[in-house]
Design a protein around this ligand. Structure first.
Ligand SMILES: C[S@@+](CC[C@H](N)C(=O)[O-])C[C@H]1O[C@@H](n2cnc3c(N)ncnc32)[C@H](O)[C@@H]1O
Length: 270
């Protein structure tokens, strides 16, 4: 699986992940809550941007949230401690080498992680192993190919394409959202259901203009400027023109659309 994590771990990226999670809570989480007493594995929790929502929406469930990054885990713990949650424990662990017994979780939750892995079905298969029969696996991913906006701009599409290409070079797939259904079926999950979750942003929704178009999506593209130019994918002027045009979609009259995909499947009862 991929070792490189294209977004990195700097504080601005952590802030972006928090803005992303805060803005998208209802869209992504409104139909996720786990019964009291259930034991849930959150794989690749990062700085805990989703963890806080999971813990709040399922106060009676117990979460184990893992990540490979010790720094991210420390930040996630600070956040859940500050929010007063006592139903989450954090553990440094790699999805490829899970330190858990088979069938030890009632549910598994994975958000924005598969896109960074070179063998997503292998990762899902490992996660399925620690899920009890009848338990659910929830997977949320984006798909940068689902991005369209007004005013349209080929420069902006080229800048986005740089991130898609960088992620591909690192072994990941920034277009993975559209593949969730086949990936989850290939993993052997049953009753797989994938729903597209579209974020539509126009000037009448200033919270989304700021929280999503500017601070989530455009910030994510801006974050790969150096890697993209260093890799020779684009020259700095063209990249900056693309980012400028992305920012324009957050000005009055601009419109921005992006689609996330959320899949839920169940481990077959033998
Ligand atoms: C884009 S972040 C998403 C974090 C969080 N799920 C969210 O939605 O904000 C991806 C996270 O996956 C973690 N990750 C990547 N590969 C991993 C692996 N093999 N095992 C565990 N965590 C991994 C990274 O360290 C990073 O924190």
């Amino acid at each position: 699986m991929s070792e490189a994590y294209v977004h990195g771990y700097d504080p601005r990226e952590n802030e972006r992940l928090r803005d992303q999670a805060g803005t998208l809570v209802d869209l992504l989480h409104s139909d996720t809550s786990y019964p009291s007493g259930s034991v849930v594995l959150e794989a690749g929790c990062g700085v805990g941007a989703q963890t806080v929502t999971l813990a709040r929406r399922s106060p009676g469930a117990r979460f184990t949230s893992i990540d490979v990054s010790a720094d991210s885990l420390a930040e996630a713990k600070r956040k859940t401690d500050a929010a007063g949650f006592t139903n989450v424990q954090f553990q440094q662990a790699d999805i490829c080498a899970l330190p858990f017994a088979p069938e030890s979780f009632d549910h598994v939750f994975v958000c924005f992680v598969l896109e960074h892995l070179s063998r997503p079905v292998e990762a899902l298969t490992i996660l399925k192993r620690v899920l009890r029969p009848g338990g659910t696996m929830t997977v949320i991913e984006g798909d940068h190919g689902s991005t369209y906006f007004h005013p349209d701009s080929s420069a902006a599409h080229r800048a986005i394409q740089c991130l898609v290409e960088l992620q591909r070079l690192a072994g990941g797939n920034a277009l993975i959202g559209r593949q969730l259904y086949p990936l989850m079926v290939e993993t052997g999950l049953e009753a797989v259901h994938v729903s597209p979750r579209m974020v539509y942003v126009d000037s009448s929704r200033p919270d989304l203009v700021d929280g999503f178009t500017r601070k989530t999506f455009t910030a994510m593209i801006e974050g790969v400027r150096k890697s993209a130019t260093d890799a020779g994918l684009i020259d700095p002027e063209s990249f900056d023109a693309g980012v400028r045009d992305l920012r324009r979609t957050a000005e009055p009259g601009g419109v921005f659309c992006y689609t996330f995909f959320k899949g839920v499947g169940r481990k077959i009862q033998e």
